[in-house]
Ligand binder design. Structure first.
Ligand SMILES: NC(=O)c1ccc[n+]([C@@H]2O[C@H](COP(=O)([O-])OP(=O)(O)OC[C@H]3O[C@@H](n4cnc5c(N)ncnc54)[C@H](O)[C@@H]3O)[C@@H](O)[C@H]2O)c1
Ligand SMILES: CC(C)[C@H](C(=O)O)[C@@H](O)C(=O)O
Ligand SMILES: [Mg+2]
Length: 357
């Protein structure tokens, strides 16, 4: 089995290194090949998603991705910016279903910024549509404003759109996933204002007829953001569009103690996937050896479960993460008094050691 390893920028290489140590400790015969992506891809060959990197990702059975981006590239033309690499991979590999599980490990109840009683026992799943919406809609750009009170001025514009097929396929993933969990699905939209999301709501409602055993409710995205911090445990599975899912999953990350705890799987129709932490390249802490590698290590576990058909090995990794947390080991982002502060490498080594038992 071949895994493409794309570390990327900032803390990406630091956290991916630890996930690779964990994968190597499983005694499986994985072939791993590393390639530059994001700012690193731009430095290596003038493009954030070099052709060879894309080909490696296409040919592999799964992709383990770190993170991309650095402020120093923010003035490049958009097509050359690091973020285009992850967007290009999602689009090229048709990874339309993004699963972002927000689980609170009991040991981290005190690390969350929310009261322990609000978050303890939390286990929710955000399913974010990943290849449509305003992220990819055309046309977009900066142009001369064609009409209205600002006619003749420059205006920036993007296009929010969803084709019926795009909504149906993510709705099926969401209902089928809910069937395997608590059988409750919340579809998050902005149907009270946006045509795109009234259409989204109508199609999700239609798909629901095929899944009568799942309880469906609809919620506006502003309310959903509020409910996520007010009473997050009321959710089971959330399905939403690309942009709302981006925003809500960062908010949900803080329920788990830190964004450094939130893994993700981005899947195509055949469960081929790319696995990455939900966070970014964290330029503010890059190079300091203090980034939390657990979201990436847990993403590797998701890779074993969803794409490589090795659920037992996924269970082993998740159990090892629980063990190191029970041992009191904490990177600074989840540190609290009475625990032991460790760096990225020590945390990774501790997970490897916990696997061996
Ligand atoms: N999929 C991706 O590759 C991805 C995702 C989000 C942001 N980005 C990019 O990353 C860059 C930085 O963006 P940002 O600052 O808005 O978001 P970010 O997620 O990189 O960082 C936000 C905050 O969370 C902290 N943080 C993130 N991951 C952490 C970890 N593993 N351990 C401890 N702390 C962690 C950072 O230190 C920072 O304070 C930008 O260029 C952005 O476009 C990339
Ligand atoms: C880096 C950026 C393009 C990306 C997104 O917006 O999807 C990130 O925020 C994420 O959540 O994976
Ligand atoms: Mg994001």
């Amino acid at each position: 089995m071949k895994i493409a390893i794309l570390p990327g920028d900032g803390i990406g290489p630091e956290i991916v290194e630890q996930a690779v140590h964990v994968l190597k400790a499983l005694d499986e015969q994985f072939e791993m090949e590393t390639a530059p992506v994001g700012g690193a891809g731009y430095e290596a060959s003038g493009h954030p998603l070099p052709e060879a990197t894309l080909k490696l990702a296409q040919d592999a059975d799964a992709v383990l991705f770190g993170s991309v981006g650095d402020w120093k590239y923010d003035t490049l033309e958009r097509a050359l910016r690091p973020e285009q690499a992850i967007l290009g991979l999602r689009k090229n590999l048709k990874l339309f279903a993004n699963l972002r599980p927000a689980i609170l490990y009991p040991e981290l109840a005190g690390a969350s910024t929310l009261k322990p009683e609000v978050v303890s026992g939390l286990d929710i799943l955000i399913i974010r549509e990943l290849t449509g919406d305003i992220y990819f809609g055309q046309p977009r750009g900066v142009r001369e404003c064609p009409d209205g009170p600002f006619k003749g001025e420059r205006e920036g514009f993007d296009t929010m759109r969803y084709a019926e097929t795009e909504i149906r396929r993510i709705a099926h993933v969401a209902f089928q996933t809910a069937q395997k969990r608590g059988k409750r699905l919340t579809s998050v939209d902005k149907a009270n204002v946006l045509e795109t999301f009234q259409f989204w709501k109508d199609i999700v409602t239609d798909v629901h007829r095929e899944y009568p055993d799942v309880a469906l409710d609809h919620m506006y995205v502003d309310n959903a953001a509020m409910q996520l911090v007010r009473a997050p445990k009321k959710f089971d599975v959330i399905v939403t569009g690309n942009m709302f899912g981006d925003i809500l999953s960062d908010a949900a990350a803080m329920l788990t103690g830190s964004i450094g705890m939130l893994p993700s799987a981005s899947l195509d129709a055949n469960n081929k996937g790319l696995y990455e932490p939900s966070h970014g390249s964290a330029p503010d802490i890059a190079g300091k050896g203090i980034a939390n590698p657990l979201a990436t290590i847990l993403s590797a576990a998701m890779m074993l479960r969803y794409s490589l058909n090795k659920a037992e090995q996924a269970d082993r990794i998740e159990a090892a993460v629980k063990t190191v947390l029970a041992q009191g080991l904490r990177t600074p982002d989840i540190y609290e008094a009475g625990t032991t502060k460790v760096g990225t490498a020590e945390m990774g080594q501790a997970v490897v050691a916990a696997l061996a038992r």
